[in-house]
Write a protein of this length. Structure first.
Length: 128
């Protein structure tokens, strides 16, 4: 049984994974595997810029605030595949009787929506 959290993009999944990694037993930045999904989403230019840390303005050598050419070069939107962060049972919260009560980060308590990731949701390897 594969359980995961669905994100609008692989970058969203990677950032969440890195933010919640305590590096206790890991030597890498990421704890969980990611799987691309068939489903796509559209990310706006401004959301894309925030996601990748591209400011819309920069300060030039003379100290003037100018439009960032990297931001200006972005497309108006991007269509990307959603991504599943494969968390398995690691975020499972249980009551004293062993019943599952929900899913959350064991470190910060942030609640997560964990769903079953079936093969029909996954993007085929090398596929569209």
């Amino acid at each position: 049984m594969m359980k995961g959290i669905i994100f609008d993009s692989e970058e969203h999944a990677m950032q969440m994974d890195a933010q919640h990694n305590r590096y206790e037993h890991q030597t890498t930045k990421y704890v969980f595997n990611r799987k691309p999904l068939k489903a796509t989403t559209t990310i706006t230019k401004s959301d894309w810029a925030v996601l990748y840390g591209i400011p819309d303005t920069i300060v030039n050598d003379e100290g003037n605030v100018i439009a960032n050419p990297k931001y200006d070069a972005l497309e108006s939107s991007y269509t990307v595949h959603k991504s599943a962060l494969m968390v398995g049972e690691s975020l499972t919260q249980k009551d004293d009787d062993g019943n599952i009560t929900g899913y959350s980060c064991p470190y910060c308590g942030e609640v997560a929506t964990v769903v079953e990731i079936t093969d029909d949701l996954l993007k085929p390897l090398g596929g569209i």
